[in-house]
Design a protein. Structure first.
Length: 291
């Protein structure tokens, strides 16, 4: 077992050294996929959950993506340029990255309050529509409010009225969606929501059920399997190492392989941060000896 753990540590170290990143104006790095920072919020949010130190650069990346008005951008760079050259400011997908970061006790309540104030100020009263940002991809759904409410409850923050109104709306319907949604990034987002519930120890039944459905649909996805089982087996660790051995660490690409419907076909474009994330997740969680 120790040999496997030592190998995982090597993978984590090399991935962090060689995976692509940018430097923000304040001199801090943030993870990107290939040359794009378009999804940086989601993936830095995920990365922030596996960096267990006060020097959590991924958490800083999320916080550095928040503008003075409270709105979150997709990356620190897009905040610095006020999204110049891009149509989409944010999206419901990216909100999962913010909520991942919020599970860390170092995420300040002041940033959460500022975010809600911005959302309230942006509300379209005629349609009674709340949005994360001024673009069309950012309308907040009842399931979004329900998940936010869980995170706010975990952090003991004062909940927005919409969180109370839609409490529990991320349950049965989410299970149905997990059974029918696209096998790519859409299914991955369902499992990210389940992972957030794992992190805050809420809605265990629904969280595991969604992950189990996703794992049944894509048995090779170790992330889905972990959220379903809440631990790593020897077999899972060996499979992770085998996947890593087939990746060119000197030529990382633009794919977060855990969100792909076919991991095998995306190993050549593996971004590196996906390996860092999974390796850190393995090192931080209970290891079950069965295979």
């Amino acid at each position: 077992m120790q040999v496997l753990i030592d190998k995982v540590k090597e993978i984590v170290k090399e991935a962090e050294e060689k995976a692509p990143y940018l430097i923000s104006k304040n001199g801090k790095k943030f993870a990107i996929l290939g040359e794009s920072d378009g999804d940086a919020m989601l993936f830095n949010g995920l990365l922030s959950t596996v960096i267990h130190s006060f020097d959590n650069w991924a958490l800083d990346a999320v916080l550095d993506s928040q503008g003075e008005n409270g709105m979150f951008y997709r990356s620190p760079h897009r905040k610095e340029t006020n999204n110049e050259g891009h149509e989409a400011f944010f999206s419901r997908d990216m909100s999962h990255g913010v909520m991942c970061a919020m599970t860390n006790v170092l995420f300040p309540e002041s940033a959460a309050i500022s975010w809600l104030n911005y959302i309230d100020n942006l509300k379209e009263w005629y349609w009674l529509l709340y949005k994360f940002a001024p673009d069309s991809r950012s309308a907040i759904t009842p399931a979004n409010w329900a998940l936010m409410g869980r995170v706010w409850g975990y952090r003991l923050w004062k909940k927005h009225d919409q969180m109370k109104k839609f409490n529990g709306f991320d349950g049965d319907f989410s299970v149905i969606e997990a059974k029918t949604t696209d096998l790519g990034y859409q299914l991955h987002l369902k499992v990210v929501a389940a992972y957030i519930k794992f992190l805050i120890n809420q809605s265990r039944e629904y969280s595991q059920k969604i992950a189990e459905i996703a794992h049944q649909r894509l048995p090779d996805n170790i992330f889905y399997e972990f959220v379903a089982k809440r631990c790593f087996t020897l077999d899972m660790i060996e499979r992770f190492i085998e996947i890593s051995n087939r990746v060119d660490f000197n030529n990382f690409g633009h794919s977060w392989i855990w969100e792909k419907s076919n991991i095998e076909s995306h190993l050549e474009s593996c971004c590196g941060w996906d390996l860092f994330f999974m390796g850190k997740l393995i090192l931080a969680n209970q290891i079950d000896s069965y295979s």
